[in-house]
Design a protein around this ligand. Structure first.
Ligand SMILES: CNCCCN(C)c1ncc(F)c(N2CC(C(=O)NCc3cnc4ccccn34)C2)n1
Length: 409
């Protein structure tokens, strides 16, 4: 595996710039530049001031003539289905093209229609002739705290260009168009992630996977049988109890929103970058939604106080080219709060309910305090890294993943 340290990648990126090979795009954007890494004379905070709204480009950017912009109304069954199919066939795959994310329609409506969302930030590109949807990019509003500053941001996600239109340089103009529409709403910062290195990550996270259905995971090539391991020994290794161990462990309900909000706000205050959730946000993002997000809490049987919380979201992947299985059912660790119940025990209960719900694998990033349970609960390191980025906001130095309290979908 090549040395993938950020310094090496930065130097290569710098070299490729001098050779004129790299995209001019990212050096033209207000993002931390590789050449500025370590320059402590540059202040932390916004890189560029807001533009007066009258000076923001009023008309959309130009697309190649055979394409046109469209706004995707995600609350329309038909349009949501078009977006679903574009992503199902053209969104992120693993490096060996064995899996592709298969975000469900109900997940996309949840992820893209939070309180205060802007329909105009759900941007599609259609081929004029066929009216087919061939590309997509989204923004949703979020209040994100960076150290002591709560910043109104946009979370950019679901950038997808149809496989047949790759290297037509559509992505840069889509990024500029969503930026323009966000500027029109007087928002000047963004948060986004990518599996690739761009200028410049605020942190780089590692994925970890906990097998729940090891036989299927080995059959489909997601994991391999360990050396000197048999299949039956492997199934036994990952076996879990039939029910959670923590007394008072139960599903979250609407009546729990105020208590969960207090618990979560308190817990997230320890991280350098984290969402600034209010009760409306908690009701949308954390109340259980079938096939989308599951959340549990610990209510003390004695005092009825809510002391702990855990949650995970449902993101299946299509399995490309396997005769026996079509879909990998994956749960992704979301927000977890451990105050009275040890995080290790809380997350083991999360694994137990995920197994009960027939998930094949439970994924987690090494963000927040996740490092403390990953190895002990038999998570294995994944091959994918997830780089986190802020747009138009400089941090003087990259964060450790444990300083990050933000999970994007
Ligand atoms: C903000 N959005 C984050 C959602 C996940 N995003 C986009 C992502 N970006 C880079 C990755 F490395 C990654 N990984 C999940 C881990 C994993 O499960 N790897 C095997 C696998 C199974 N299915 C798929 C589908 C696509 C890629 C890998 N896959 C690695 N996830």
């Amino acid at each position: 595996k090549e040395d993938s340290s950020l310094a090496t990648i930065a130097r290569r990126f710098q070299d490729s710039i001098s050779l004129g090979k790299t995209h001019k795009f990212w050096e033209s954007q207000p993002v931390g530049q590789f050449k500025d890494i370590g320059d402590s004379s540059l202040p932390e905070g916004p890189i560029e001031p807001p533009t007066p709204l009258s000076e923001v480009k009023q008309e959309p950017y130009n697309l190649p003539t055979q394409y046109e912009w469209t706004t995707c109304d995600m609350e329309s069954e038909e349009t949501c289905n078009e977006v679903y199919n574009l992503l199902k066939n053209n969104y992120v795959e693993d490096d060996e093209n064995m899996f592709r994310f298969n975000y469900s329609q109900e997940f996309l409506r949840w992820a893209l229609c939070p309180p205060g969302y802007y329909p105009s930030w759900h941007i599609g590109v259609r081929a004029k002739a066929s009216q087919k949807l061939v590309a997509f990019i989204t923004g949703v509003p979020a209040r994100i705290r960076v150290r002591d500053e709560v910043v109104k941001m946009v979370e950019i996600n679901f950038l997808c260009v149809h496989k047949k239109l790759r290297s037509k340089r559509l992505a840069p103009v889509m990024i500029k168009e969503v930026t323009r529409r966000v500027h029109l709403e007087n928002i000047w910062q963004a948060a986004y992630t990518a599996g690739v290195v761009l200028p410049t990550p605020i942190t780089t996270c590692q994925y970890w996977h906990r097998s729940l259905n090891p036989k299927k995971l080995i059959d489909v090539g997601f994991s391999r049988l360990g050396a000197r391991m048999t299949m039956s020994r492997t199934i036994k290794l990952y076996k879990l109890p039939d029910s959670p161990a923590t007394p008072g462990f139960r599903k979250m309900e609407l009546r729990d929103v105020p208590a969960v909000t207090r618990l979560l706000r308190n817990y997230l205050s320890q991280f350098v970058v984290a969402p600034d959730f209010d009760e409306n946000d908690v009701e949308h993002w954390l109340l259980p939604t079938e096939n989308v997000v599951d959340s549990y809490l610990v209510e003390s049987p004695e005092t009825h106080e809510i002391t702990d919380f855990c949650s995970f979201y449902t993101l299946p992947s299509s399995i490309l080219g396997n005769q026996n299985y079509l879909t990998l059912k994956a749960a992704y660790s979301y927000y977890n709060v451990s105050v009275k119940t040890p995080l290790l025990q809380l997350m083991n209960d999360a694994l137990i309910v995920a197994k009960q719900k027939d998930f094949d694998v439970f994924n987690a990033l090494d963000v927040m305090h996740n490092e403390s349970f990953l190895k002990e609960l038999k998570f294995g390191p994944g091959d994918g890294q997830l780089h986190y980025y802020l747009y138009n906001y400089r941090l003087q130095h990259a964060l450790r993943p444990s300083e990050l309290g933000l999970v994007l979908l």
